[in-house]
Design a protein around this ligand. Structure first.
Ligand SMILES: Nc1ncnc2c1ncn2[C@@H]1O[C@H](COP(=O)(O)OP(=O)(O)OP(=O)(O)O)[C@@H](O)[C@H]1O
Length: 189
């Protein structure tokens, strides 16, 4: 589903990593950790096709869902409308995803009134409802309470069971079973 071969990442004049080779198959999860600024987000951006590697190749099958810092939901719409807008573009429905993230009861609340954790749950619901096979999650647990983290873990499990794959960068422990771990420590560079 995702294959990086001999990938290098240069940002500014700094080589963050090089000769990075990895594959993520359907049903698999890769958890990327490492200190601030080491290049985790850059790696996810390369995987998403948002950033060109300075060397190496990237292959992807199927559609990709990107979860970054921004919620990317229209703040003037209600949560249900905002998620429905994206789901319609993706040819899906947001209701089950809202249930999965425990936010169905606030579907009529405008996005601008949502708390930090509610916005994060909404962004994860958008990922779930995207129908994309490969989820690229940059710090998905930021702002979530313990129950939200459990729901995120359950969503990842369900996605993998359905043949999807997940790559996530995180500083917080995530309940993801049988994940491959990649520690970026700058020594590669
Ligand atoms: N557009 C850019 N141009 C130049 N350097 C950049 C650019 N964007 C990021 N960087 C640098 O690349 C390095 C890696 O950034 P990145 O966001 O990938 O790190 P990270 O491991 O995700 O960090 P964190 O744990 O803080 O989220 C940092 O030193 C950052 O300053």
């Amino acid at each position: 589903m995702l294959a990086l071969r001999d990938v290098a990442c240069l940002r500014g004049d700094r080589l963050l990593f090089e000769r990075l080779t990895l594959t993520v198959a359907p049903g698999e999860a890769l958890v990327v950790t490492g200190p601030n600024g080491v290049g985790k987000s850059s790696l996810l951006r390369i995987a998403a096709g948002l950033l060109r590697p300075s060397a190496g190749t990237v292959e992807r099958d199927g559609r990709v869902a990107w979860l970054g810092e921004a919620t990317a939901l229209d703040t003037d719409r209600t949560l249900g409308e905002a998620l429905g807008f994206w789901a319609k573009l993706d040819g899906t429905h947001p209701e089950a995803a809202m249930e999965a993230m425990g936010i169905a009861h606030i579907a009529r609340v405008p996005v601008r009134y949502l708390s930090t954790g509610q916005r994060r749950r909404a962004a994860i619901a958008r990922t779930i409802a995207s129908g994309a096979a490969l989820w690229l999650l940059d710090e998905p647990a930021n702002g979530l309470d313990a129950e939200g983290v459990d729901r995120l873990g359950e969503a990842i499990r369900a996605h993998r069971n359905a043949g999807g794959a997940v790559v996530t960068a995180t500083h917080l422990p995530l309940p993801v079973d049988d994940a491959a771990n990649l520690v970026l420590d700058g020594i590669l560079a």
